[in-house]
Ligand binder design. Structure first.
Ligand SMILES: Nc1ncnc2c1ncn2[C@@H]1O[C@H](COP(=O)(O)OP(=O)(O)OP(=O)(O)O)[C@@H](O)[C@H]1O
Length: 213
């Protein structure tokens, strides 16, 4: 059976210099939570952008269910991302002009769904992650750790079957981090693939395996 997500001979350079990532291969199966670790500046976030079809590789392939997607048109990749991927950016990347709730609901805009059910689900996720009282705040009014948990709610709202998270517990205390990793394992138990870039040893320990870049 094809892995849910795979990198095959992935090479990437930002400019004309030496490639940051060269000939990298990895497979991520449905049902597992995988940590990706490595020194700062090694290219972990870049690798996550490649896996998330946000950057095009210089060479090599990114496969989803065995099908190469890295070279597809932007609109195709965007459609696949909206339907199947949940991405947590390292800096949360919230839209400061909209409320917390609207930021979370943004991930549903490209899916045909029931707005009321999505809103109820968003509130349940916010309560679970301890940010339920901030629904009507603007991102500029919340703490860094709260912004990170709001970004997680946004990524998880659509029950994505591929979750890519960049330092999702970087600003969190151990209890809040546990809630996050529990949620990742829950998605994996439901059949998702979860890839987590992290420097947090406690998080690495709770992942099924660790790939070192
Ligand atoms: N848009 C860009 N243009 C040019 N160089 C970039 C760009 N983004 C990142 N880089 C460079 O690529 C290298 C890898 O960056 P990346 O953020 O992928 O590393 P990382 O392993 O995630 O680091 P950290 O653990 O510090 O978050 C760094 O040297 C960085 O300066």
């Amino acid at each position: 059976m094809n892995p849910r997500l795979a990198a095959d001979g992935l090479t990437f350079r930002y400019d004309a210099g030496t490639p940051l990532i060269e000939g990298w291969a990895a497979e991520f199966a449905a049902g597992e939570v995988v940590a990706v670790t490595g020194p700062s500046g090694r290219g972990k976030s870049t690798m996550l952008y490649l896996l998330g079809l946000m950057l095009r590789p210089t060479a090599g392939r990114v496969l989803v269910d065995g099908e190469p997607f890295h070279g597809r048109a932007d609109a195709d990749r965007a459609r696949l991302r909206a339907a199947r991927f949940g991405f947590v950016f390292q800096d949360a990347a919230l839209d400061h002009s909209r409320t917390v709730l609207d930021n979370i609901l943004e991930s549903t805009l490209y899916r045909r769904g029931d707005r009321r059910a999505d809103t109820e689900r968003a509130h349940r996720l916010m309560d679970r992650f301890g940010v339920g009282l901030r629904a009507n705040a603007k991102p500029g009014q919340v703490s860094g750790g709260q912004a990170q948990r709001i970004a997680l709610c946004r990524a998880l709202l659509g029950d994505p079957d591929i979750v890519l998270a960049d330092e999702p517990t970087g600003n969190l205390d151990p209890d809040s981090s546990d809630v996050v990793i529990d949620a990742f394992h829950e998605r994996a138990a439901a059949g998702a693939t979860v890839v987590v870039v992290t420097h947090d040893p406690a998080l690495v320990q709770r992942c099924d395996r660790n790939i070192r870049l």
